[in-house]
Design a protein around this ligand. Structure first.
Ligand code: ADE
Ligand code: ZN
Length: 326
């Protein structure tokens, strides 16, 4: 219908996308064959059938298993290029991509191959389609802070290619404060800071992301809505939240797409954005996420435009470049 066409053509940025979560079953299967990696699936259909999750950890177990087929710099290039083709088709003009180096270096993949493969594809995407980008290195929060510090050490020669650091993986039991020192060090290196908070974890984790980590953006932030004082604060600070509707549904953060917090966030003055998180696992790229909530929450064109606008103003692009995109 008209709203679908409106969404599809709306210029937008994507701010919450794990590049490893864009590994489609077809590519997973092909890379397993190309690299001679054994996987516990006999077919692409078999892989897709395994994608049923009842919580975040269920998903993460499959997600880390899927990564095992990514071995060479070319694999990371191909993965990133395939995502950019999808993003281009969705009228995405700017992307800020997460990657999980610890999911690769612990398997013996060189940090350099991961960063170079991803960032070479991002540079080629800008040449081919004008899609600008930033790369955000995430620390796995189920590992300890020393491991995060060692990962930041490895990143030092590549800081020209890395714009910021983030925090992802199993949230409950791993509060932001566990990473206070490594985030402070990243900030002193001039890196931007983001953290997943309030996806499954309590509002207190959102407070910690703000007060202890001093993040520039909150990833997800759903459970901030349980704390009225926190909502007022986030609204007052103009803090961007990167919400992921289909992810929330697939990971049972919400029971129904109509329970997506996006409309309530906008109504509360929060700067919400719409993103795909791990689109190969959750059933759709960014436009599919807009479509899902547009119908369920009956979003007007004005609100859809606000969401797209927030994605640019909440990005790490310099203001003069944002102005060109609005
Ligand atoms: N890693 C990849 N996707 C994630 C998510 N939605 N939450 C936490 N860690 C993740
Ligand atoms: Zn995420």
């Amino acid at each position: 219908d008209q709203r679908t066409a409106y969404i599809d053509r709306l210029p937008k940025a994507e701010l919450h996308l794990h590049i490893e979560g864009s590994l489609e079953p077809e590519m997973l299967f092909a890379l397993a064959q190309r690299n001679g990696v054994e996987i516990p699936f006999a077919s692409v259909e078999d892989i897709r059938n395994a994608y049923n999750f009842s919580n975040l950890q269920d998903f993460l177990d499959i997600y880390y298993q899927g990564m095992a087929v990514l071995l060479t710099q070319q694999d990371f290039y191909d993965l990133t290029w395939a995502y950019l083709e999808r993003a281009h088709a969705d009228h995405v003009r700017h992307v800020e991509i997460f990657f999980d180096p610890q999911g690769h270096t612990e398997r013996g993949v060189a940090f350099a191959d991961v960063v170079t493969g991803i960032s070479d594809a991002l540079a080629d995407g800008e040449k081919q389609w004008g899609i600008t980008s930033r790369l955000i290195m995430c620390f796995l929060r189920h590992l300890d802070e020393a491991a995060a510090q060692a990962t930041l050490d490895e990143a030092l020669p590549y800081l020209e290619r890395i714009a910021g650091v983030g925090l992802d993986s199993s949230e409950n039991g791993h509060p932001p404060s566990k990473f206070a020192n490594v985030f402070a060090r990243a900030k002193s290196l001039g890196l931007k800071l983001v953290a997943h908070a309030g996806e499954e974890g309590p509002p207190e984790y959102v407070h910690e992301a703000l007060d202890v980590l001093h993040v520039d953006r909150i990833d997800h932030g759903n459970r901030a809505l349980e704390d009225a004082g926190l909502v007022t604060r986030l609204a007052g600070e103009g803090m961007t939240l990167t919400v992921c509707p289909l992810s929330n549904l697939k990971l049972c953060v919400i029971g129904d797409i109509a329970d997506s917090p996006v409309k309530q966030m906008l109504d509360s003055g929060l700067k919400a954005t719409v993103n795909s998180d791990d689109p190969a696992y959750f059933g759709g790229y960014v436009n599919a996420n807009y479509h899902a909530i547009a119908g369920a929450l009956d979003l007007t064109r004005e609100l859809l435009r606000t969401l797209a606008r927030n994605s640019f103003t909440g990005s790490f692009l310099p203001p003069d470049q944002i102005a060109h995109l609005l």
